[in-house]
Design a protein. Structure first.
Lengths: 236, 114
């Protein structure tokens, strides 16, 4: 018996990448910017979105794709602000795929939007491994989770364009131990240029600089679209 | 557990290749970068589970992890990044740019042929 080796050299996630490229083209065609929000469950992604939508109401037209294993509770919370939201239920899946996002994008009124947020399934590992055709990933860490998360889950912090450190309203009471400098230092070890915003979706503290960055970054990314749309190389 | 989706895509690609040859594969070799967050045991378990009843049942899987590369801003050295203690081995600098992480690739399939 002899062993024969067949060289293949094919990307395993090529099907997902094909869908991601398709999503990217659709976003460019519509002149839209899209960010993918990634965090552990319970970090406050939906609350941050609700706060951001309210703060930018009348200035930036936002649509949201919600990813959860079950329920449309998050989409209901988004719709209550008056903006369109599409819920994806992954039925156990630990991340959103580009195909799922492609289907959801087509259910949003894209012609009336400037910015699309994808709220990924709460999970600090798996969602980071799947490109969705977005312009950037934004990682959310809440102070209740601990300042060691960037060191423990380096991949998503290395890939993110920005980090929101949420629930800073819990810090003064001393009920949580969270070293802000340590968390920021470790998050930037692999990603020195990452923008970081300490924020409280509950009180609104820190929301102004985040919204300013979001508007400026959206303008910058939108200006890159056109004939050269979405050809900016993604590092990962 | 995104390894399940990776295993599913991997199985589909291998089966396509095998059907073309009409042969049962004995092994496969894949490579991945550091940021793909692939756990070998979880991936092998997932592949074993979904390959049951197919031509790939019992297939061996070998996973090569490629190091994450970075370029130092200070001295332009390109180096393999130690994720726990990332710094340039030439000048000791910690200001660097990560280079694109290696994608998940099916490198080769092995067949035992009589």
């Amino acid at each position: 018996m002899t062993m024969q080796r067949l060289d293949i050299g094919q990307k395993i996630l090529s099907e997902n990448e094909r869908w991601a490229a398709e999503n990217s083209r659709l976003l460019a065609d519509k002149g839209l910017v899209c960010f993918n929000l990634i965090s552990s469950p319970g970090s406050g992604k939906t609350s941050l979105l609700v706060r951001t939508i309210r703060d930018l109401m009348g200035q930036v037209r936002i649509g949201v794709i919600e990813g959860d294993i079950q329920t449309d509770l998050d989409a209901q919370r988004i719709r209550a602000t008056g903006v369109p939201a599409v819920q994806i239920n992954t039925q156990g899946g630990c991340h959103l795929s580009a195909a799922q996002v492609g289907g959801a994008l087509r259910q949003l009124p894209l012609d009336g939007l400037d910015l699309v947020f994808i709220e990924n399934v709460g999970n600090l590992v798996c969602p980071g491994a799947f490109e969705l055709g977005e312009h950037g990933k934004i990682v959310v860490l809440s102070v209740a989770e601990g300042d060691d998360k960037p060191a423990k889950y380096p991949a998503i912090f290395a890939k993110a364009r920005a980090m929101l450190i949420n629930k800073i309203d819990m810090l003064p009471s001393g009920t949580v131990d969270f070293d802000m400098a340590k968390a920021q230092h470790e998050a930037r070890r692999l990603n020195r240029g990452m923008a970081i915003f300490p924020i409280s979706a509950k009180t609104g503290e820190g929301c102004a600089p985040w919204c300013q960055w979001l508007e400026a970054e959206s303008r910058r990314l939108k200006a890159l679209q056109g004939p050269q749309a979405n050809t900016e190389p993604t590092a990962y | 557990m995104h390894e399940m989706m990776v295993a599913d895509s991997l199985l589909r690609i291998i089966l396509q290749e095998c059907q073309g040859r009409g042969a049962k594969p004995s092994g496969a070799r894949i490579s991945c970068g550091q940021l793909n967050a692939i756990n070998d045991e979880v991936l092998m378990f997932a592949l074993e589970a979904i390959a049951k009843g197919t031509l790939c049942e019992g297939i061996r899987l070998e996973v090569e992890h490629k190091p994450l590369q970075a370029e130092c801003h200070a001295c332009t050295a390109v180096f393999g990044v130690d994720v726990d203690l990332p710094k340039c081995p030439r000048c000791g600098g910690d200001d660097f740019r990560l280079l694109p992480d290696a994608p998940l690739v099916l490198e080769s399939i092995e067949f035992n042929e009589a």
